[in-house]
Design a binder for this molecule. Structure first.
Ligand SMILES: *Cc1c(COP(=O)(O)O)cnc(C)c1O
Length: 387
């Protein structure tokens, strides 16, 4: 380490993955509280508040349901409640999570038409229109709001508008979107929306959240898909009595209560602004680190820096973790070793952002770059002044 490196760098571990994310210190405290039973007046009060406040997060008048599952469970829940075996589905596939949802729909007997987009590109509305024309029997469109594997956002508002005038249901995976940037469910005509706890909702892994539009409900009531754990009709009945159908994960729901209140106190709008400014900072640092942005439609929840060709990307990511206590994510599949992905969700301080840039720069220098750390230090500090 050079003299200047050692003066800039701290040893605090930083987790800037696009989920799981760093927890609010208050959440860490809540997680260690003594257990209470989930069938008690105390918990009922929390549960009721949480269900109400989730509507604010989803920007919907419809009920939002809590599932004890990872985000993928939420995706499955949204699917099995509106899909009939044999239904035609149009799936936007622009990365790992698009692939997952398309595979899932096939597993449940759907005939899936994949609208493949080049990784890092947003889906084109004209391509969706053409695909719907080519497959007029399509009943459901699936897409991510943010395809986390490529750090790319899709035009959800425009897609919702397009599909709102049809009988097609619009299902959106908002796991790295809802809570990180706007996905107002009602205003944007989203028929099924799923969020996940360890990403944009800033909690540990273990909860998913789903909501359905008025347009989706008749499908839920009459569809023939076998479903048990994710049967939203059971949860709806239980929620109407102020309860969860299955055992509720008390520590997670208590933490959720805190996070939702925090967001309401700050306001969703300001909360989005904070996350946007982290993303903006990360994007503005990109030329100074000599790393291009991978995505042509960059998300506010996660940024992917493209590593140079023939760079040992996987080793570099590991090096950041081992030498600099910085955890960021690498790429998957065709992006393996080619990008590093930095999350902007969760509890992230200004100093975390600054340290992240310095550690990445130092790591790059260890791998043969010749970045001037003093310069990066002052550029970063200047950018963070307006943060
Ligand atoms: C993380 C993620 C998922 C999967 O969530 P799990 O909690 O790992 O099941 C699905 N979709 C998107 C867009 C994600 O980022």
């Amino acid at each position: 380490m050079t003299v200047s490196e050692s003066t800039f760098l701290t040893a605090k571990p930083i987790l800037l993955a696009p989920g799981p994310v760093q927890l609010h210190p208050e959440v860490q405290k809540i997680l260690s509280l003594p257990m209470i039973h989930h069938r008690t007046p105390e918990f009922d009060g929390i549960f009721k508040t949480v269900l109400k406040n989730l509507k604010y997060l989803f920007q919907t008048k419809n009920d939002v349901y809590i599932q004890t599952s990872t985000g993928s469970g939420g995706m499955e829940c949204v699917l099995v409640n509106v899909l009939n075996p044999g239904d035609h589905v149009l799936a936007v596939v622009s990365g790992k999570f698009g692939e997952r949802w398309a595979d899932m729909a096939e597993t449940f007997g759907a005939i899936v038409h994949r609208l493949n987009c080049p990784w890092g590109h947003a889906v084109q509305i004209t391509d969706v229109i053409a695909a719907l024309k080519a497959h007029p029997e399509v009943k459901i469109v699936l897409t991510q709001a943010c395809e986390t594997s490529t750090a790319t956002t899709h035009p959800i508002q425009e897609l919702g508008k397009l599909l709102s005038t049809t009988n097609v249901l619009f299902l959106v995976d908002g796991i790295t979107a809802t809570g990180a940037f706007p996905t107002p469910m009602d205003e944007w005509h989203i028929d099924g929306l799923v969020a996940g706890s360890q990403k944009a909702v800033m909690l540990p892994t273990g909860l998913s959240f789903v909501s359905f539009s008025q347009k989706a409900w008749p499908h839920i009531l009459k569809n023939k898909m076998p479903r048990f754990y994710f049967d939203i009709r059971k949860e709806q009945l239980a929620n109407q009595k102020g309860e969860s159908f299955f055992s509720a994960p008390v520590p997670l729901i208590r933490s959720l209560d805190f996070v939702l209140k925090e967001i309401e106190n700050i306001s969703l709008e300001k909360h989005f602004k904070i996350i946007h400014s982290r993303a903006e900072y990360t994007r503005l640092m990109s030329p100074h680190l000599h790393l291009e942005l991978f995505s042509k439609s960059p998300s506010d929840s996660v940024t992917a820096y493209l590593l140079p060709p023939n760079f040992e990307g996987a080793k570099f990511r590991e090096h950041l973790e081992k030498k600099y206590a910085l955890t960021v994510m690498g790429g998957q599949d065709q992006l393996k070793g080619k990008v590093i992905r930095l999350g902007h969700m969760g509890f992230i301080s200004r100093e975390d952002l600054h340290q992240t840039s310095l550690r990445i720069a130092s790591g790059l220098n260890d791998f043969g770059f010749k970045l001037n750390l003093d310069e990066i230090n002052s550029i970063s500090q200047n950018l963070l002044k307006s943060y």
